[in-house]
Design a protein around this ligand. Sequence first.
Ligand SMILES: [Zn+2]
Length: 407
Amino acid sequence: MTITIHRGLDQIGGCITEISTATSRIFVDMGQNLPGNGEKTTPAQDKEMVEGLFKNNPKAHEAVIYTHAHEDHIGLFDYVPKGVPQMIGEGAKDVLLEKYRLLCKADEAAGNDPATNLRKRAKLKRFKTWPRSRDPKPFSVGDIQITPFFNCHSIYDSYMFLIEADGKRVWHMGDYRQHGWMGGKLLQLLRWRATNIDTLITEGTMLGREEECITEKEVSEKMAHVMRSFKYVFVLTSATDIERLASINMAARQVNRPIYVSSGLLNAAMKIFTRREAKTLGDLFYFRPRYYDAFKHLESMKQQGFVMITNVGKLADMDYLRRELSEAETLLIYSSWDGYYKDPEQVSINPMYAMFRGAFHNVVDIHTSGHADRKTIKQVIETVHPKEVICIHKEKGQSLESLGIHD
Ligand SMILES: [Zn+2]
């Protein structure tokens, strides 16, 4: 078995890992480089790079499997040759299909050609899936056997993999954390299933950051606390992060405030989460938002107060709403990565986060990372106790040496 890390050793995101035998190979993730991370490429260069991967080292049996639906893991799926099966979690596929349906709709509304997004959606429809299960079934690509295990990350339906071939066992962690609502049993699962591992592949996003992460539960408590002091609360966050939405959901419920959402994707994603998860995972993941319509809702929102979940693309709409409210009673909870408005390079790439913050008089940051903190990375390596460990998805210059571990 050969493991090739094509991208991700010295950058966060843009992950592509190849695992091959004499007759078969899989790619774990086919990620787009994140803005400000790794080399900046054009779509033509991305296409050429992916086509190059498939021309090189071809095997009779091939597939691409995805840990999760963040762009830095799935962003290049469109360039994967047609005959190569692509696979992802069932829930992640549902959300992606909605995302591309809405993108096509937005193209049409703006008078843009929807051809690219239509093609991507058609390609996504052909993705094969696996269900989320406590006791997942393995599947095979040629002589490589893969078992997908659910893990906790800042996007819905994320996975890690046990990959077995040629008598070797590889465990690929994907992006993960312990401090989310569903991350508490990570080490227990690894102790049970990640046994006799030859190679552990882990992410190292937080290696260069000392802080221990607060839990999603603490995020929710902090939110409920500030929601008590402000009648009109806006929360800026990601539409696909089910756990953060659950934290907001819980906080709003505690202060008895109705939730509104400002975007089609937020509305659709919450419907998917509720349909797929409310039964098994409970109240936390049961969402009943109102899809904001100024004409219909403004008066009752002014009277009752609200929690409005939104994203940067909705700045104009939110600015209109904000102007209708008393400034002293209005708060923005900034619940996204702070680098988007603090890091000058990020601001120059996308100034919308800084602009969104700037539109509000009262702002508070309440956030926690989607990634494992240093302590968790160390615990994972010690728990799995592999013969070798490879650390990807990390900043240039970072290594496991800082944890006292040799990779
Ligand atoms: Zn991710």
